[in-house]
Ligand binder design. Structure first.
Ligand code: PLP
Length: 235
């Protein structure tokens, strides 16, 4: 059966609105990041025609190809959300508006050094490994305060907040605990750093758990499957 991005967007938007209201948060407090990894540029065009403008991608070469195909589409906002190798930082610094997955100083320094002067500072979230063993990506919670202090001084980055990808196979209670841990870490960062005002971002929640994340304060939810359908297995 053909997937209707318009229908899916309608139901995702309703889920976001309902969860935002239930949490007693402002309408519009939660923004949708459409995760378009493995999707074609035509899928992205279809989402754009329904009013989506922010897209999250994980694989650099794939997204550079799609950016080239989408040059005629105005006002697209690109977010890098995947693991970052050193040799990819220049292209990321040159082509993206946001990076959600910074988890070490070396990568942050390269992104700052390589961000072109003609572009505004690159928006950054630090990825935190909120559930320990389950994943290797993300900085350890006890290393976060020091990393945040160092990152906050880099001139061509704008530190905006935190991102996490908790293990989706956990119980709802465990997931909610992970989201709460991230929200509390952001609060501590705001108390610790001079630029508290800019620290307005919690990137957390995906297709299966966006309600729990919004309850705990998500400001970006990163939605792939619920918008574009099941992803083909990556070979
Ligand atoms: C793939 C991906 C998503 C989207 O996940 P869905 O479950 O398909 O909504 C969100 N965040 C990151 C970092 C991803 O890699």
């Amino acid at each position: 059966m053909a997937i209707s991005i318009a229908d899916n967007l309608g139901s995702v938007t309703r889920r976001i609105q309902k969860a935002t209201m239930a949490a007693g948060r402002e309408p519009g407090a939660v923004r949708l990041l459409a995760v378009s990894k493995t999707r074609s540029s035509d899928d992205i065009r279809a989402a754009v025609s329904e009013g989506v403008h922010a897209f999250g991608e994980n694989y650099l070469q794939e997204v550079l190809d799609k950016m080239a195909e989408l040059q005629d589409v105005p006002e697209l906002e690109w977010h890098f959300i995947g693991p970052i190798q050193s040799n990819k930082t220049r292209a990321i610094a040159e082509h993206f508006d946001w990076v959600h997955s910074v988890d070490r100083l070396k990568i942050a320094k390269r992104l700052s050094d390589q961000r072109p002067d003609t572009l505004p500072a690159l928006n950054i979230c630090i990825q935190v490994n909120v559930d320990g063993e389950a994943s290797k990506a993300g900085c350890a919670p006890d290393e976060l305060p020091e990393l945040a202090r160092q990152l906050a001084t880099l001139p061509r980055l704008c530190l905006r907040g935190l991102m996490a990808i908790p293990d989706p196979d956990q119980s709802d209670a465990q997931l909610q605990h992970s989201f709460k841990t991230l929200a509390e870490a952001l609060k501590a960062m705001r108390a610790d750093l001079p630029q508290a005002e800019a620290l307005d971002t919690l990137s957390m929640g995906m297709s299966g758990d966006l309600e729990l994340a919004i309850k705990e304060g998500a400001t970006w939810v990163r939605i792939g499957t619920a918008l574009f359908g099941e992803r083909p297995a990556k070979s």
